[in-house]
Design a protein around this ligand. Structure first.
Ligand code: FEO
Ligand code: CA
Ligand code: CA
Length: 656
């Protein structure tokens, strides 16, 4: 999100964890330390390790990787046009925008472009602010590329656009509409003969999950006193999921939706002496001025309901193939401002989930399941994410790294430090990570696993203007730039190429930036090709292409250090080539996010989030189209976030 970037960018981590201030530039040469990762990457890419898709399906063979050695499209230039621009030979079509009916039989209200749809209508329409996303072929187990389910996150709302009178006085009706506009969608989509995609309506799979949907809490923190409330004395059922940012998936065909900036809907105006870790370490403010949910429903007010907040900040597992299934918050994966949750299968079959915590100076985590993934019996994997070990990353200055275990009773995580049980530790994950000496990162966004060498990873670190500021952590090896406005992409190899390893080697794949600056800290380095900044979405496709999406905040877009760089964009690289090429530019005021492919890689789905967002990140209801009228153009009443299907006119593989 660029939204509330001020909040993303706040610092809640005042711990004294290491910063390695003396090391800086030498790190780009780190690539040599990995034994020439270019060559290693090429052999690693198609080295024969079975992919998640292969592992998931015994009945169908996935398409053979293309083994791309070069990108096949011409770079698109920076753009300030209010539309999606893709390379020549490609077409981009909007298939599912905010307010479009999700497709529930007998209940498919049309979007009203003056924002007058009711809360009840919103609850069966696309939510706002599309983010993480995943395509699941239909039926389960078949690698079909013409029909499937799309899970789409709806991260948050712009109150200035959501209702006819914008962010004025909060009312019950407005609150209920906001609650219904977040969470996620499950839609059924199919490819037409001409290659275009459309939503199947009605569909038995069509579903919205909102901030009001009953969701189970499971794993070690479920039932703990810290997650019990007056409404749920068992601590095992939460109403809703929210701030659903990036995503993950499992090899057994479930979707993972990740709760990021959950603090933003809560307030805590208790006395300072009563402040707990949620204020001190998770950033809850005394007053919540934007959403104002607590004005209507006291469950968002921490002075009244102390523990409701502890039931948010988790990864939620959803089964898109079973419309009756109850989503589950998997507490074993830790509680923080989750960006995404990217899976890898360890050499012995355990499932590993990589996760970033997107706030300045927060950490990178991974979860390793106790049990093994069973590719033959989908149901056997149902609760695999409930037991396992959580780790946090330490990036050493010499290019080595360690995963430090976050288990109660180990590594100093004892009752006298405030971790009396694993459940308590997980609710306070950030505090546990402080104790074990994790490395403070420049806002980790998405993590991408190479599907053909699952011990090889990339992560986007979007930016951190506070790096090196007075009283803040200085540059270190993995976060080498002071006043880091452009961000970097980190690369690492787990020991023995095994995602379950506890040590790794790492280097910087690229420092984002621009060549035409006299400020060294803003200059791109480590790759050749196009300028970009604030990398966010990241996905390693089956053919060897790493896709990068940007989220430059709207207060920065095309101004200041980003002047002349236009709107947010998407780029591609085949890592071994060291070249990054711009593939797409978005409409005004948006960020580019969410990325998934059909199994044949002939359709790519992306999301355009918050088109038209002004620099202050709150739209003016009197002038909703002041900045963008995407996607509806002159005929529409306001900009809308939307899912876009991208394909080649000749039906070829995307990127080749
Ligand atoms: Fe929801 Fe870190 O972006
Ligand atoms: Ca993001
Ligand atoms: Ca971001």
């Amino acid at each position: 999100m660029s939204h509330f970037s001020k909040q993303d960018e706040l610092v809640s981590n005042e711990s004294a964890n290491p910063t390695f201030s003396q090391l800086i530039e030498a790190r780009l040469s780190r690539r040599q330390l990995l034994g020439g990762s270019a060559a290693a990457t090429l052999t690693g890419l198609f080295g024969g390790m079975s992919s998640l898709a292969e592992a998931a399906s015994k009945t169908a063979k996935p398409p053979m990787p293309m083994k791309l050695t070069a990108l096949g499209f011409t770079s698109v230039p920076f753009s300030t046009e209010d539309r999606v621009i893709v390379p020549q030979g490609y077409v981009a079509e909007v298939i599912y925008a905010w307010g479009d009916p999700v497709g529930i039989a007998g209940n498919m209200p049309a979007f009203k472009s003056d924002a007058s749809n009711t809360a009840e209508e919103q609850a069966v329409q696309a939510g706002m602010h599309h983010d993480g996303m995943r395509f699941f072929p239909l039926p389960f187990g078949k690698e079909d590329s013409t029909r499937g389910l799309l899970c789409v996150n709806h991260e948050y709302t712009d109150p200035g656009l959501l209702t006819t009178d914008g962010n004025g006085k909060m009312t019950e009706a407005k609150y209920r509409k906001a609650i219904a506009a977040v969470g996620m969608s499950i839609i059924e989509i199919e490819r037409q003969k001409n290659g275009s995609w459309s939503v199947v309506r009605p569909s038995r799979y069509a579903r919205r999950i909102t901030a009001d949907t009953p969701i189970a809490l499971s794993g070690p923190a479920a039932g703990h006193d810290l997650v019990k409330t007056a409404a749920d004395p068992t601590g095992r059922e939460v109403l809703g999921t929210l701030q659903n940012c990036a995503n993950g998936w499992t090899p057994w065909g479930t979707y993972l939706t990740c709760e990021e900036n959950f603090d933003l809907v809560f307030c805590d105006n208790s006395q300072a002496s009563d402040h707990d870790f949620n204020v001190k370490r998770y950033g809850v403010a005394a007053e919540e001025k934007l959403n104002k949910w607590a004005e209507i429903d006291l469950r968002w007010d921490r002075q009244i309901h102390r523990n409701e907040i502890n039931r948010f900040g988790w990864v939620v597992e959803v089964d898109p193939y079973d419309p009756e299934s109850k989503p589950v918050k998997r507490t074993a994966l830790g509680r923080f401002k989750h960006e995404g949750a990217t899976p890898a299968v360890a050499k012995d079959g355990r499932l590993v989930i990589y996760m970033g915590d997107d706030q300045r100076f927060e950490y990178i985590y991974k979860f390793v399941s106790a049990g093994k993934f069973n590719p033959k019996d989908r149901k056997a994997n149902r609760d695999l994410l409930d037991s396992g070990t959580l780790f946090v990353a330490r990036f050493n200055e010499d290019g080595t790294g360690e995963w430090r275990e976050l288990t109660q009773g180990k590594n100093g995580l004892t009752a006298d430090k405030g971790f009396a049980s694993q459940g308590e530790l997980l609710v306070k994950t950030r505090l546990a990570a402080d104790v074990v000496g994790a490395t403070k990162m420049d806002r980790c966004e998405w993590i991408a696993v190479n599907p053909h060498n699952q011990g090889e990873l990339y992560a986007t670190l979007t930016n951190n203007s506070q790096r090196g500021a007075d009283g803040k952590a200085g540059p270190d090896a993995a976060n080498p730039r002071k006043n880091n406005l452009f961000g970097q992409i980190l690369h690492w190899l787990e020991a023995d190429a095994d995602p379950a390893a506890t040590t790794f080697k790492w280097d910087l794949f690229a420092k984002a930036g621009r060549p035409d600056t006299d400020k060294e800290e803003h200059r791109n380095a480590g790759y050749k090709g196009d300028a970009f900044g604030s990398p966010d979405g990241l996905y390693h496709d089956h053919n060897g292409v790493l896709w990068i999406q940007t989220d430059i905040s709207t207060s920065t877009l095309n101004t200041k250090e980003y002047a002349g760089m236009g709107h947010n964009m998407m780029l591609a690289t085949i890592p071994a080539t060291g070249e990054i090429r711009r593939f797409l530019t978005g409409p005004a005021g948006c960020e580019i996010t969410g990325i998934s492919f059909t199994p044949d890689h002939k359709t790519m789905f992306i999301n355009i989030q918050h088109p038209g967002e002004p620099a202050n990140e709150l739209s003016d209801p009197a002038k909703p189209k002041a900045i963008s009228s995407w996607p509806d153009g002159a005929a529409g009443g306001r900009p809308r976030s939307g899912t876009v299907a991208i394909r080649r006119l000749d039906g070829g593989i995307i990127g080749s």
